[in-house]
Structures are given as C-alpha cells and as structure tokens.
Design a protein around this ligand. Structure first.
Ligand code: FES
Length: 109
C-alpha cells in the first residue's frame, strides 16, 4: 500500500487529481469524498480515455453528485462508477480501492 494523500487534501466539492509514478508508467488517479467515503478511480473517461478534470483538482459534479466529463458530458455515479448518460452510457470508470488510515488515503497500486 502506498500513501496517495491526506483525506483533507480532497476537496469535497471538486475532488482531487493525482499522478502516481510507478516503475515504468505514471498512473493518473482521481479521488472524491461522498457519503463520508473516499472513492478512487483512474482519471480516464471510458469514452475516449481523456482526463476527467478540466483544471488541476477541478472536476464537475452535478446536483446529484455525479461526475460529469468535461469533454462530451458523460455522467458517472461515483458509488459504482457507472456511466448513466452520455456517449459511453453503461460503461464504467476503472475504480481504485482505497483505504483510509490515520487521516491518510492509501491504495495498493
Ligand atoms: S471523453 Fe469523456 S465523454 Fe467523451
């Protein structure tokens, strides 16, 4: 497990994007807080593989708390990552299992 960030680094209103460097590739992640839980995904839209943030740490969350892709408007439920509307409806964000310990967010990546 490696530490990704502190829970307090994640803005509940807009999420957090991260780049984790591993041995050969960089992994781009996004973290959100919803219902008191930290939810992690790879920062890649299943429609065209583009990043889901429009600026550093800036994601669009609609009034239902769904993540909206800034490129073509696909909407994703953060509870399970499913696309509920848009060009990739029915596909899923790739989730990253996270664990919170001592105020830090950890993941096995
Ligand atoms: S790249 Fe996300 S909806 Fe097209």
């Amino acid at each position: 497990m490696r530490v990704l960030c502190r829970v307090t680094d994640i803005d509940p209103e807009s999420g957090k994007d991260l780049c984790i460097d591993s041995e050969k590739v960089s992994k781009y992640l996004m973290l959100f807080i919803q219902g008191g839980e930290v939810l992690g995904f790879y920062n890649r839209c299943p429609h065209q593989g583009r990043a889901m943030n429009w600026a550093p740490d800036q994601f669009i969350l609609d009034k239902l708390g769904q993540l909206v892709c800034p490129h073509h408007g696909a909407c994703f439920k953060l509870s399970n990552g499913i696309c509920t509307a848009g060009p990739c409806k029915g596909s899923f964000l790739e989730s990253v299992e996270t664990l919170v310990k001592d105020g830090k967010v950890l993941a096995d990546i």
